[in-house]
Design a protein around this ligand. Structure first.
Ligand SMILES: *Cc1c(COP(=O)(O)O)cnc(C)c1O
Length: 373
């Protein structure tokens, strides 16, 4: 068999013709000469809200800003504690600090890698104002338990669904459970722009009105400022791109799920290799296909030697990041998060990946475990 390079991620024309549609949308938006907010952004916001089954969507500059705007809108600030998983992309935690609140970390589930209501309940205090479940790798968190906990203890649920657009729990879309929720349109996300972008979604009209003002200098009407806001608007050209991509989101996610199933079928049964586990009632849209092995570093080097690119999400858990030393956690504070950081490897998976590329990844992994198993 001839071997060739396999990228971790690539932008392909999938489904065929989508690139041309995106280009046409860009040309149309550029020709409109309306470059800030306007009809294109409003149309995308409505289409996104409809797709998610939420009342309103507010386009912002990126996913991090979406989290900050969501928290500000929900009234989270100094003195408040916000529970976040110990194994998330750093943006989730940085946003809590930016809002002036205190991040409180909690252990993920060792099988799904997601935060559970049980783990969050263990670190709940009188100061807990919010919990941010992150639908990590594209798998929905078990939301019924979070909804119950939120009701019982009267805190705010904010979903970080940056990695999981189109995933669902119990048939309901992620991004529609929390009081106000945040997502990212970073180019490699399941719903990706051709640059930065993000959105806040909510069915609460008052929070939506606040978010809409806050992202645009605190004004409803130009030069009339009700609150001290920021500038974090979804770019109009990106909104035009996202309107096209949104129409194909289900198809793009189905292709990710098909590729994931091929990996599941062909990598099952290897001793020492743990494949992704999806919880009942949850769907997984495979933003990341995460495998685990105690030989992670060796396997990554082996694959790299054959031109197969992989990634690690994430090599250092939040509590062991230098930036978060001030939280006072230690090695050993979150054994599950630490174990995931030491054993996780993300395999190439993206819409448009060819069967030949995927077979090369699969056969290289089989050979590795024959040699090192
Ligand atoms: C990508 C991501 C973000 C932040 O998105 P940006 O648009 O890059 O700011 C936040 N949370 C999670 C879980 C992410 O994966």
């Amino acid at each position: 068999m001839t071997s060739f390079a396999v990228p971790f991620f690539a932008f392909r024309d999938f489904p065929a013709g989508i690139n041309r549609e995106v280009e046409q949308a860009l040309v149309r938006a550029a020709a409109s000469q309306h470059y800030i907010l306007g009809e294109e952004v409003e149309a995308f916001e409505q289409e996104l809200a409809t797709a998610l089954g939420t009342g309103m969507a507010i386009g912002v500059g990126n996913g991090y800003d979406a989290l900050v705007v969501a928290m500000k809108s929900a009234g989270i600030g100094p003195g408040d504690e916000v529970i976040v998983p110990a194994n998330t992309f750093i943006a989730t935690v940085n946003a809590v600090v930016q809002a002036g609140a205190i991040p409180v970390l909690a252990e993920p589930d060792p099988y799904t890698c997601n935060l559970t209501a049980g783990a969050a309940a263990a670190v709940l205090t009188k100061k807990t104002k919010a919990i941010i479940p992150v639908h990590l790798y594209g798998q929905a968190c078990e939301m019924a338990d979070f909804m119950q906990l939120a009701q019982k203890h009267n805190f705010i649920l904010i979903e970080d669904f940056a990695q999981a657009q189109g995933a669902s729990y119990g048939g309901q879309s992620v991004g529609s459970f929390g009081k106000i929720n945040a997502t990212s349109f970073y180019p490699t996300k399941n719903l990706g722009a051709l640059g930065d972008g993000g959105a806040v979604v909510t069915s609460d009209a008052a929070l939506a009105a606040f978010a809409r003002m806050y992202r645009n200098y605190g004004q409803e009407q130009k030069y009339h400022n009700k609150i001290v806001g920021i500038n974090s608007r979804l770019d109009t050209l990106q909104a035009a791109v996202l309107r096209v991509k949104l129409r194909y989101l289900n198809q793009l996610n189905s292709e990710r799920q098909r590729l994931a199933q091929v990996y599941q079928n062909e990598l099952q049964g290897i001793v020492g290799l743990i494949l992704p586990v999806t919880a009942p009632a949850c769907t997984h849209v495979y933003h990341i296909f995460n495998i685990r092995t105690s030989q992670r570093d060796k396997l990554q080097t082996w694959l790299a030697a054959q031109g197969i690119q992989t990634a690690i999400h994430y090599p250092v858990p939040v509590h062991l990041q230098e930036a978060y030393a001030f939280l006072g956690y230690q090695p050993g504070s979150f054994p599950v998060a630490e174990e995931l950081a030491a054993t996780s490897l993300s395999l190439p998976l993206f819409p448009g990946m060819t069967a030949a590329e995927q077979q090369q990844v699969i056969s290289s992994i089989h050979t590795f475990f024959k040699v090192h198993g």
